[in-house]
Design a protein around this ligand. Structure first.
Ligand SMILES: [Zn+2]
Length: 309
């Protein structure tokens, strides 16, 4: 059964490039997926950044979720911040949106001067407007002092509330499906269909039939995962959250169920990400992989920050 750890994946990928050389143009056209942050939950950790991904197609960056540190993770990934064009927020939880405004604001200081469209559940429009209002002092200072273009007119926030087509351009067609992440409503998964591959990002969800439909036949499914046996230890480390265990168990998917979802959808590759818990040394890489493989016959990749897939 194919398993690819990070190290194994890199050597595999390098070998693949060496064995099948492609033209520079073909490589440039390839749609890239980079995991920017793979730890679930908003609590800052040493070992992994908060949830975020970037898809790069023809040097255009599409960022999915904006957990803490997303702008810096873009820098680590070598993705120029001024190529930011679209942002998709799966749901309004702080591990997915804490740096939504910061990503745009900091990208602007790195030279972003072109349109950005942001897509996500309400109250995205209000969040966008208030973010620029909150930071008006710095923004106005840089406009007058550094000659920056005004930032607010660049950003167009679009609230989405239902399944279906979100946007499309020359590179990608994006569609959304409602997933099951109580009490956060709506919460979405997104599918990105490019010319060369299809990529689905689950967001946070309990096992979801709607996600199975969205992901049908996709090349890559990035699915959030939890390890139920470790939740008691996780909850024990987090003070002042008396209902956290029930909440996690009700609105997340186990790695085994993520495998079942991937199998039902018929995807080629399942990428485990948004690990809950993200930092429990008793849960080894192999345990995550074996849980997913127990229900899935395709390729399982253990997600890691800055891993390109
Ligand atoms: Zn969430």
């Amino acid at each position: 059964m194919p398993t690819i750890s990070r190290r194994g994946f890199l050597s595999h990928a390098i070998a693949g490039v060496a064995a099948t050389p492609r033209s520079t143009a073909a490589q440039a056209a390839r749609t890239r997926l980079i995991l920017l942050g793979t730890g679930g939950g908003p609590r800052p950790r040493k070992g992994s950044s908060a949830p975020a991904q970037v898809i790069v197609s023809n040097n255009v960056a599409y960022v999915i979720d904006c957990g803490d540190g997303v702008a810096r993770q873009m820098a680590f990934a070598g993705i120029p911040l001024d190529t930011l064009r679209h942002i998709f927020i799966t749901h309004q939880h702080s591990d997915h949106n804490a740096d939504y405004g910061n990503l745009i604001w900091l990208a602007w200081t790195a030279g972003l001067s072109t349109r950005v469209d942001a897509w996500g559940p309400p109250p995205l429009e209000k969040m966008t407007r208030l973010f620029f209002e909150m930071n008006a002092y710095d923004i106005n200072t840089r406009i007058s002092n550094e000659g920056r273009v005004p930032i607010a007119p660049l950003v167009h926030a679009h609230e989405i509330g239902k399944d279906g087509a979100v946007m499309s351009d020359d590179n990608l067609k994006v569609s959304a499906a409602l997933v099951d992440h109580p009490p956060v409503v709506p919460a979405f998964a997104f599918r990105f269909d490019a010319r060369d591959r299809s990529i689905v990002i689950s967001g946070d969800t309990a096992p979801s039939d709607n996600l199975v439909r969205l992901a049908r036949g996709a090349d890559v499914l990035v699915h959030s995962v939890m390890f139920p046996a470790a939740i008691d230890r996780l909850v024990g480390r987090v003070p002042k959250a008396t209902a956290l265990k029930e909440s996690i168990l009700a609105h997340q998917t186990s790695a085994a169920d993520a495998g079942r979802i991937a199998q039902a959808a018929g995807v080629k590759t399942l990428v485990l990400s948004h690990f809950v818990p993200a930092d429990d040394p008793q849960i080894t890489d192999q345990m995550w992989i074996e849980a997913a493989q127990s229900r899935f016959r395709g390729t399982v990749i253990l997600g890691r920050d800055l891993l390109e897939i």
